[in-house]
Ligand binder design. Sequence first.
Ligand code: RI2
Length: 321
Amino acid sequence: MTLEETARGIRTMEIRGAGRIARAAVEALDAHANGLSPTALDEFRAEMQRAANLLVETRPTAVSLPNAVRSVMRALDDVDTLSEARQAFHERARWFVASSLGAVSKIAAIGARHIRDGDTVMTHCNSEAALACIIEAHRQGKAIEVFATEVRPRNQGLITIQMLNDAGVPTSYIVDSAARSFVNQVDLVIVGADAITANGAVVNKIGTAPIALAAHEARTNVVVAAETYKFAPLTALGDFVPIEERPSSEVLPDEIAARLPHVRVRNPAFDVIPAGYVDLIFTEQGAIPPSMAWLIIRDHLGWSIDEYRRAGEDEAGRGRR
Ligand code: RI2
């Protein structure tokens, strides 16, 4: 896939899921770097920055994307020659992809410990990290059942039920609006995250917040599975996570919309679970309460807040996260 094909794939959601988007972006940058024939280090840096910007601009909410891109672009900071830069970038990209996959495995092991034999869990959307926990618990022999939602408008629930079915996990498939009707039969809600703010609020697929509210009312625990690069550093400085609003045609076909001139479709792709409705966050560094989100940003993202601030300012013209 070329850089432009990957950017298009992320924008159209052929490539989707916060972790997969991050790895796809890093792999695209690595392939792009390999295909370049720059004559000077500055030329290489400038072209890689252009490529990085193109990818980061594709989707605004999943902070995994800019975090991953910044993480690999950092390889170009402390090099003196072009060949050093090429080598360092390639190694950093390979490291990122391997550690992203490794993080999912660690989260699966940590999350599975919190799912008990006999539990029924509910999940929403298609999260690699959340499903890894569920499937690992099942693999360990725990008798678990899952309620999986449909996930309007893009129906990512279909991917989820395929994965659960393939793993042999007994699953009930429900429409999003049925979540409240079943949440009393559920022991645990487990979802992924596109971004987690410094104060522990979780941004995830639209429809996650009402499920968390219903779970809170029903006294059902809500846990989140998220790699540390889903934590949004600039929220520590007061920035908001921008919520992507996607095309109306995902919700209402254009030919129907054309007959309804007084109707406007709103299609936000994500909503926010307040930290008070989140019981635990499973990261590859361990299970933490949402109030510890700031420590993840401070200790595990590799850059100081000032460095993130500068990167955000350098990438002017885009939402800062
Ligand atoms: P993993 C997805 O976003 C979903 O909101 C999912 O919960 C989240 O990313 C995390 O997914 P989208 O790309 O990284 O479907 O755990 O809009 O796979």
